[in-house]
Design a protein around this ligand. Structure first.
Ligand SMILES: *Cc1c(COP(=O)(O)O)cnc(C)c1O
Length: 383
């Protein structure tokens, strides 16, 4: 079976399980900053910890933070858990990104930050975004922070400009389903050294050193991932996932869409084994992206005959295709049909955040995002 995603894993990553990996965290930060043209990068145990820490480090609380309605729910959790309030903006159905006209209307005197997610690797129009923010800053007379959420969009470019280099800060996440991974992990990148120094000081003061227990647990997890994604084992992995609660211990502790909470170790620094794996992946990054771009191009050709029934995503220069998302009228049927042909499709974001129980009280209505959550499936783009 072709899995809906498969982390890139070779012998180099495997060897890290048995290495000490001393100093890997620092080295990962340095190399990451270099690769994505930042003046500095700071590593975290998860992407959500990174977002949460940023708001804390700059002292943002009791404020409104705007974000798109169709993205990973943990982004909203990072806002809530830092004692701020999310405000959700509906998306465009063309490229799944936040609708910038709606954003312009929604910004108000309480808005202190905006998180722009470049969903599925589609670069948002950062020029218009920056202009909207500049205008609002002038109008309301206070700073509005811009965080680029590049978790789907490592190195993505908008008209030749790397999106992660714009705004105040960019966030990346590295769990095994991301474009590149470090087992788990997250990163913030900066263009301003002073701001980076401030955030690093906050992290060093508030995050615990990695325990031996965590570093063993992460090694065991990586070992299990090699086995679970082995082509002879994967069918069994899926069966266990679908028919038993066994794997819930891995996934539920990490993530429940509808509960505003973080994993228990969200304040424990990234382990050196994770950073060492991240360093290997960073080297493979160009090859990973090349493969995804080719896969997206192939799908757009091979699925062209479905154009009348299905809505295929655009092919855009500078996109990174973390997923190849297609909107179909009958999601379950299409998924079952492909599965019978040995291809597993995914339903990567199957909710619209303002419709989740825990965010219903915010009262934002986002019909496009609801539509996307009900109709979007994603095709495999991994080797
Ligand atoms: C995965 C992801 C995150 C958060 O990453 P974690 O490491 O899971 O906390 C944030 N934003 C987006 C768009 C993501 O896909």
């Amino acid at each position: 079976m072709i899995p809906r995603f498969k982390p890139s894993l070779d012998i180099q990553e495997f060897l890290k399980i048995f290495s000490i990996n001393r100093g890997a965290e620092k080295k990962f930060e340095k190399e990451f900053a270099k690769k994505f043209n930042a003046v500095d990068a700071i590593a975290f145990p998860y992407g959500r910890s990174a977002q949460w820490a940023f708001f804390n480090a700059i002292g943002l609380k009791n404020s409104q933070i705007i974000m798109p309605s169709y993205t990973c729910s943990v982004v909203a959790h990072s806002i809530s858990l830092s004692n701020n309030t999310p405000r959700f903006i509906d998306i465009n159905l063309d490229d799944f990104n936040m609708d910038l006209d709606l954003l312009r209307e929604a910004i108000n005197k309480d808005t202190r930050a905006i998180i722009a997610t470049h969903t599925f690797g589609y670069p948002q129009d950062i020029e218009t975004l920056e202009k909207i923010i500049r205008d609002a800053e002038e109008r309301f007379g206070n700073k509005i922070w811009l965080m680029q959420d590049c978790c789907h969009a490592f190195g993505a470019e908008y008209q030749g400009r790397m999106i992660g280099c714009s705004g105040d800060v960019a966030v990346y996440a590295f769990n095994i389903s991301k474009i590149m991974h470090s087992i788990f992990g997250g990163m913030l990148t900066f263009q301003d050294q002073e701001l980076a120094d401030k955030v690093r000081a906050w992290r060093d003061h508030n995050f615990k050193r990695t325990s031996i227990f965590k570093s063993i647990k992460r090694r065991a997890y990586l070992f299990a991932v090699y086995i679970a994604f082995n082509k002879y084992v994967y069918t069994i992995t899926c069966w266990i996932q679908n028919n038993t609660a066994l794997l819930d211990t891995f996934t539920k502790a990490y993530h429940l869409d509808d509960e505003i909470q973080f994993p228990p170790d969200y304040l424990e620094r990234i382990s050196n084994v994770e950073a060492a794996v991240g360093l290997v992946q960073l080297d493979k990054y160009p090859e990973i992206i090349r493969f995804r771009k080719e896969a997206a191009l192939n799908y757009s050709k091979n699925l062209a005959n479905k154009k009348n029934e299905w809505k295929l995503p655009p092919i855009i220069d500078g996109a990174t295709y973390s997923h190849y998302p297609v909107r179909v009228p009958n999601k379950q049927e299409v998924m079952a049909e492909y599965l019978s042909r040995g291809i597993q499709l995914g339903e990567v974001i199957e909710y619209s955040i303002p419709d989740l129980k825990c965010y219903k009280n915010i009262g934002d209505d986002c019909p496009n995002s609801r539509e996307a959550s009900q109709t979007t499936i994603n095709f495999p783009v991994t080797k």
